[in-house]
Write a protein that binds this ligand. Structure first.
Ligand code: TRP
Ligand code: SF4
Length: 343
């Protein structure tokens, strides 16, 4: 049930972990939509540094810089601190407290069943994440969302199971202690019309596969990466026809520079063996660079005044805390943690 929030449709909370620079997959899969949602919803966007610590605890010194990078990328892509609350998870201690309350009522079996749990353990073996906290990853995520009584959570498909768990946790809290938390719905960001963006090697774009194009990559770097992209393996020579519906280079065109795609008749040239992949990539690179230019300019500008980021995070933490503490108090009251606190 949406809370009354003026003219807005509801309240959003979403987050990203500061574990490295953001890439085109983040932009297409989430960030682009986050910016669009700012007018329709009351938005809370959080840098999930506790979640990052769960996998980066061997190198915690990377987290502060990665946090700044995430915020820079967000602002460069149009998140606006005047319209949205932009904050860092660990700046609002109520996340940790609600997490502890929820951990009292979440059966271990629920956490063990979350599909991302075993997948990540497997994928990130080198990171030794077989810890107490990591099993509870989705429980902390549930606390993040419920703490703001958010009703809408825009996330990529990979987060669907965490949202399902959040809904179960909300139901369990409400039935054990009393109605407090709305069951949030995932706003699963719809697939791009141009098709599914893949990494340079055609696997899912992900830092752990080392196949990303990052928002802050220099043009030369992007040029090199585009040149290395896997195209249509059926096209062994220039004389072989290609499949523009299959090739990831064509998908990039359709997502980032559709006009160029149509103007150059890329689909026809590809399927009719009218040009080579090298030339095709060169043109796509130009379109992509053009698309990224304003984002990168804004990012460079913002990076010149680091204190702005600190100010945004401080102001964000104050606004987030105001709502978080109010809801935490209500949760504490319902589960009979009623002691008076030292202010
Ligand atoms: N687990 C999310 C991810 O890896 C990050 C995250 C943490 C999050 N807390 C959240 C996302 C709350 C949405 C809502 O992308
Ligand atoms: Fe891909 Fe372009 Fe080559 Fe076709 S011509 S296979 S779209 S890179």
């Amino acid at each position: 049930m949406a809370e009354q929030t003026g003219k807005k449709k509801g309240r959003i909370l979403s987050g990203m972990r500061p574990t490295g620079p953001l890439h085109l997959g983040h932009l297409v899969g989430a960030l682009g939509n986050w910016a669009d949602l700012q007018d329709e919803y009351e938005c809370y966007y959080m840098v999930a540094d506790y979640h990052a610590l769960m996998s980066e605890y061997h190198q915690p010194e990377t987290i502060p810089q990665a946090t700044r990078d995430v915020v820079l990328d967000w602002l460069a892509c149009g998140l606006d601190p005047q319209r949205s609350v932009i904050f860092r998870q660990s700046d609002v201690p109520a996340h940790a407290e609600l997490h502890l309350i929820l951990s009292c009522i979440v059966p271990i079996g629920w956490l063990e069943r979350v599909p991302t749990y075993k997948e990540q353990l497997q994928q990130l073996r080198h990171k030794e994440i077989n810890t107490y906290a990591f099993l509870g990853y989705p429980c902390l995520q549930a606390a993040d969302i419920l703490l703001y009584r958010a009703d809408t959570v825009p996330v990529g498909e990979d987060q669907a199971s965490h949202l399902e768990l959040t809904r179960e946790v909300a139901r369990r809290f409400n039935s054990l202690f009393g109605e407090l938390f709305p069951e949030p719905t995932a706003l699963i960001l719809k697939e791009q019309e141009g098709g599914r963006l893949l990494g340079l090697d055609r696997r899912k774009m992900s830092k752990s596969y080392n196949n990303t194009i990052d928002l802050k990559d220099d043009p030369e770097v992007i040029g090199r990466k585009v040149a290395s992209m896997i195209t249509d393996p059926q096209r062994k020579t220039k004389a072989d026809p290609g499949r523009p519906d299959y090739c990831n280079v064509a998908t990039f065109y359709r997502i980032f520079c559709l006009e160029l795609y149509e103007e150059l008749e890329v689909a026809t040239k590809c399927s009719g063996a009218g040009w080579g992949c090298v030339e095709c990539k060169k043109n796509m690179y130009a379109g992509l660079a053009e698309y990224l230019r304003p984002i990168q300019e804004k990012r460079r500008e913002l990076a010149e005044s680091p204190e702005t980021i600190d100010e945004i995070l401080q102001a964000g933490a104050a606004k987030a805390s105001a709502l978080a503490n109010q809801n935490l108090e209500e949760a504490r009251r319902l589960c009979k943690l009623t002691g008076k606190r030292v202010p």
